[in-house]
Design a protein around this ligand. Sequence first.
Ligand code: SAH
Length: 422
Amino acid sequence: MNVYDGWRIATMLKHHGFSQTDDVADADIIILNTCAVRAKATDKVFSALGRIRRAKKPDALFGIVGCVAREAGADAFRRIPDLNFVLGPQSYHKLPQILSNPDSRLLDINLGGLEKFDELPQMETSPRVAYIPIQEGCNHVCTYCIVPYTRGPELSRSFESCMADTLHAAKTGAIEICFLGQNVNGYKYTDESGRIYRLSDLIRETAKIPEIMRIRFTSSYPTEMTDDLIKMFATEPKLLPFLNMPIQSGSQSVLTRMNRPYSLELYLDIIRKLKLARPDIQISSDFIVGFPGETDSDFEQTMAIASQIKYINSYSFKYSPRPHTAAALMKDQIPENIKAERLAKLDSYLNEVQRDFNESCIDKTFDCLLEGPDKTGRHLVYRTPYMQQCIVTTDDITTAPALARITITAANKASLRGKFTA
Ligand code: SAH
């Protein structure tokens, strides 16, 4: 989502005559687009701001946009007095105000909703993978999560507006569409006639666009995985057989205290239905370890569910207390060393499963999407339908096909190697 917001900000500034530079000392405006989901991310923003203010040209404008701006608000000006702007995730389209009035300070952390989508200019060319946010905010109130505070209540964009962005992306270079939302499978838009549009409608309509060959979406809340959406995995071959559906914990009592009131039976039942619809589907998850009150036995239940489901790719985090959240005030906060121990154990297991899955892909052939040359510039990086990185060596990287059939020849934990196949 932040990558997308960054694209829109860069395009807007281009229209104001700016071009991009990697050199802070050369920049006329410096913008940190920020994430507040864990404390570490927020801390990094303030240490980066300290570095930037010493390195920048004296008259360069600098500020923060996104969730840390919303979280810190006016306090950001107190911590870094020469900051010029602090704009929340739904106000960054107001940035031009500071351009026309550079001696002022601009603070806007209101949750205005969806204006930014229609006020900002479209990108002239789209990347091969185009992110299309279809919703802002979240109505689930997970007790650890700051997102409902930083991005506000859940708002779904209109079906027409989502499809207009998708078509624009397709006509300007996109081959893959990734629909985005904090609760993306909860997408629900009712038009004037009362007709209700869901994510399945967006997928069906997008699959009709000839330029678009691959469709995916993230992040999904388990109980919003409705039958119409599950059916898409059976009927729309362009929908990739890969789904991020965070479980967070394998302990029912921890899930209850997280205010994620789904039963493990229901979660497993959804996976069973998904596999019936698409036998080759694979799932990825997010996990939080060391949530307040998590016992050794709770943690073992997380290990057990990980071993039952065999997620092919996961993100796991130590619980981080966040302002404006209920869990930060809960008793029985877990000591840092226990969190670290549990994270190491879970990560090592998840890595093992990921390596096993990667190895099971050897000799299989997939349609893969070109990401670009690797760091050395001598090999190509493709993405399989499971979003694994696949490295291909060819004589001429300039004529690489954007979509290619690739047979996997080798694998490790992090990536695959493959060769073009007719
Ligand atoms: N709605 C998005 C939330 C983005 S945050 C989603 O479901 O993915 C991405 C992940 O960060 C969450 O799934 C969760 O595992 C983790 N996370 C969120 N708040 C956290 C916190 N306070 N401490 C540790 N991890 C957290």
